[in-house]
Design a protein around this ligand. Structure first.
Ligand code: IMP
Length: 198
C-alpha cells in the first residue's frame, strides 16, 4: 500500500518513512504527492490535531494517509509547550527561538525537577475510511544548554539519562529505536497489521 504523509517537515517525514518501510508501506511526502493540505491545528490534544491533518488530506486525495502530531510536554511547565511546541515562541518561530524560550522559562527550575516527555500521536486513514490511531511517549529531562547537532526541534535540549545522550547526539538509527514517534509507530504497526487481516 502507498500512504501519503500529511507533513511538510522533512525530518519527521524521514523518520516516519524509515520505520514504515519495514511494514511494506511505501510512503510519499506531501510534496511528492502533489497535493496541498495545511489545515489549522485547532485541536487541544495531539490526537485531535493528528486527526485534523489526516482527515484534511484524506478528503482532498481519497488515498491512504498518515499524520503525526507531536510535541514536548514539560512537567514543571504544566505540560507546556504541548500542542504549541512548533510555535512556542510565536507564530512562525524557528527551533532556536523555541529552544531559547524553553530555557528561559526553566531558568529557575532545579535539576531534579526538569522532567519532560516527547509525545507522538499518529492517525492514519485507509482508502475505505477506516481510522487507525496510536500514541507513543518518550521520557527524558531538559538540559540547561544545548548539546548535539543532529535531529530538529527540541532535540539538543532533550536528554535521555539511560543513554547518556540528547536526541541531537544520537544517530538517526539510535533516535528511531527509542523516540516517541518510533514508539507510536510500533504501536501503529501492530494495529495496522491486525486491520490488514480483517
Ligand atoms: P507538529 O508538526 O505540529 O507535530 O509540531 C511538532 C513540534 O514539536 C516540532 O516543531 C518540534 O518543535 C517538536 N517536536 C516534535 N517531535 C520532535 C522531535 O522528535 N524532536 C524535537 N522536537 C520535536
Amino acid at each position: 500500500m502507498r500512504m501519503i504523509l500529511a507533513s511538510n517537515n522533512a525530518h519527521k517525514a524521514a523518520e516516519l518513512s524509515a520505520i514504515l518501510s519495514g511494514l511494506g508501506v511505501e510512503t510519499l511526502t506531501l510534496r511528492e504527492s502533489g497535493y496541498h493540505s495545511d489545515p489549522e491545528e485547532t485541536g487541544t490534544t495531539f490526537a485531535e490535531n493528528a486527526y485534523i491533518k489526516a482527515k484534511s488530506l484524506f478528503d482532498i486525495s481519497g488515498e491512504a494517509v498518515i499524520a503525526d502530531d507531536s510535541g514536548l510536554m514539560v512537567d514543571a511547565l504544566g505540560g507546556a509547550p504541548g500542542v504549541y511546541s512548533a510555535r512556542y515562541a510565536g507564530e512562525g518561530a524557528n527551533d532556536a527561538e523555541n529552544n531559547k524560550k524553553l530555557l528561559k522559562n526553566l531558568e529557575n527550575t532545579p535539576d531534579g525537577e526538569r522532567g519532560a516527555a516527547f509525545v507522538s500521536s499518529i492517525c492514519a486513514i485507509l482508502p475505505d475510511g477506516r481510522v487507525l490511531r496510536a500514541e507513543g511517549r518518550c521520557p527524558g529531562v531538559i538540559l540547561r544548554e544545548a548539546a548535539g547537532e543532529n535531529g530538529f526541534g527540541y532535540d539538543p535540549l532533550f536528554y535521555m539519562p539511560e543513554l547518556h545522550k540528547t536526541f541531537a547526539e544520537m544517530s538517526e538509527e539510535e533516535k528511531n529505536a527509542v523516540s516517541h514517534r518510533a514508539r507510536a509507530l510500533r504501536e501503529f504497526s501492530r494495529i495496522f497489521t491486525e486491520e490488514m487481516r480483517k
